[in-house]
Design a binder for this molecule. Structure first.
Ligand SMILES: Cc1cc2nc3c(=O)[nH]c(=O)nc-3n(C[C@H](O)[C@H](O)[C@H](O)COP(=O)(O)OP(=O)(O)OC[C@H]3O[C@@H](n4cnc5c(N)ncnc54)[C@H](O)[C@@H]3O)c2cc1C
Length: 398
């Protein structure tokens, strides 16, 4: 017999957990189950990210990302405090490498102001007071509310919150959906749910497509490769980022700090075949390859992104010396570090709009009948999770 529940959430990442928390906070009498295909949480994006609490200045003011990121930053700190999870208040400098980036810095600043983010543009002459090891051209941007924390500890805290509110998590439980008689149901008949929320991260589009949602997108996964060293080898005090390319939703190779005093460089943005392809030989399927190929060909056909350039610039960075070389434009003394080691890669589950060949810039939430699908939950999905969960809760109650 299928287990009856009011809400079935597919996926126990930060987005699924936050949604579950929001639903139960609104109505503790509901039976809410999270079905997670893995034997434990945090095996995918929510446990493999950079742990940066983004401030919220990158995103177009009318986007869901802008709507959730600034408040998510504040709310994640409150959760971290409640569970004694450290947050390092390092702040971030965004530095400029050339004149063109100088103009784009202005746009970034204006977005930050519109998004009500605490942010400043400062003269290059004061950069050494913020981050003596970084260099910039004329100006830089200072973000005091960017911080770092521990993604796995945050998942554990969210899990506890969800379970304390009465929610339950079923592990080793893989869900797929189908539509029957104007209703979306769990096609394996494990659950009989009134409402279904698909928060399956990198797999969400596969699940939604089966019920005719998100069919205009293809999934093109991008692998993020990192290198790290001990902070004593490169004593940075701040996160150091370049000005991002306006059309790419990635932030460029940058320096992040971790709670355990490491400095990381990366990530790359390498197009790959598999959405869970953490090594070359596993984590992909025939349908993953087909999707990835579809995504790549629409990028090539469209004129929004120079796909050839992405390939030419990103693939070589799997070689450590070339990744480090790119980072020297931000922090030249990184050249003197000889002890870099590999960090586990992460995969950004990036959707491509098939007809236009554009990388989708925002989170996408689509509804059909009794189901809601959260697609393209890429960065800053971790920072944004708590308000994002509330938004989904309000949507399904509307
Ligand atoms: C390299 C990298 C760096 C990043 N850095 C940052 C950062 O510094 N700051 C930030 O804010 N964001 C960052 N992000 C983005 C952030 O990690 C994601 O936006 C966020 O974790 C997405 O959460 P999620 O719950 O949607 O997905 P996930 O964490 O992937 O969770 C989805 C879950 O669904 C499960 N699942 C999948 N299919 C099924 C199925 N059929 N049935 C049941 N369960 C299923 C999966 O096993 C998984 O546990 C980064 C992402 C990457 C990849």
């Amino acid at each position: 017999m299928p287990t009856k529940c009011d809400v079935l959430i597919i996926g126990g990442g930060v987005v699924g957990l936050s949604t579950g928390i929001a639903i139960l906070e609104g109505n503790p009498s509901l039976k809410v189950i999270i079905a997670e295909k893995e034997s434990r949480l945090a095996l995918h994006a929510s446990g493999r990210n950079s742990g940066v609490l983004h401030a919220g200045f990158y995103y177009s003011p009318d986007s869901l990302k802008a709507k959730f990121c600034r408040d998510g930053n504040r709310e994640l700190r409150i959760l971290a405090k409640k569970y004694s999870i450290p947050v390092r208040e390092v702040g971030k400098v965004v530095v400029v490498r050339n004149e063109d980036e100088n103009n784009r810095l202005e746009t970034l600043f204006e977005r930050g102001v519109k998004n009500l983010v605490d942010i400043e543009i400062l003269d290059a002459s004061v950069l050494n007071k913020y981050e003596p090891l970084a260099i910039t051209h004329e100006r830089f941007l200072w973000s005091p509310t960017t911080a770092v924390s521990d993604p796995i500890a945050i998942i554990d805290a969210m899990r506890l919150e969800f379970e304390l509110l009465g929610g339950s998590i079923r592990h080793n439980t893989k869900i797929s959906l189908t539509e029957i008689n104007n209703e979306i149901i769990d096609s394996s008949h494990q659950f009989d749910a009134t409402k279904i929320i698909n928060a399956a991260g990198a797999q969400a589009d596969r699940i939604s497509r089966a019920v005719g949602v998100g069919t205009g997108y293809a999934m093109l996964p991008f692998m993020g490769v990192y290198r790290a060293t001990q902070e004593k080898n490169l004593p940075l005090q701040r996160l150091v980022y370049p000005v991002p390319h306006p059309i790419n939703p990635f932030l460029g190779v940058h320096f992040t700090l971790t709670l355990d005093h490491k400095v990381k460089i990366g990530p790359t943005a390498i197009p790959i075949a598999g959405r869970e392809q953490y090594s070359f030989l596993s984590g992909w399927s025939g349908s993953d390859i087909a999707q990835s190929f579809k995504g790549m060909s629409s990028l090539i056909r469209g004129d929004a992104h120079d796909f050839g350039k992405i390939i030419r610039s990103e693939w070589p960075k799997v070689i450590q010396s070339l990744l480090v070389k790119e980072s020297l434009e931000l922090v030249p003394t990184a050249n003197q570090v000889h002890e870099w080691y590999k960090k586990p890669p992460g995969i950004r589950a990036q959707l491509v709009h098939v007809s236009t060949g554009k990388l989708e810039q925002d989170f996408v939430v689509s509804r059909k009948l009794n189901s809601t699908h959260i697609l393209n939950a890429v960065s800053p999905g971790w920072t944004s999770a708590l308000p994002f969960g509330r938004y989904v809760k309000n949507l399904i109650n509307s």
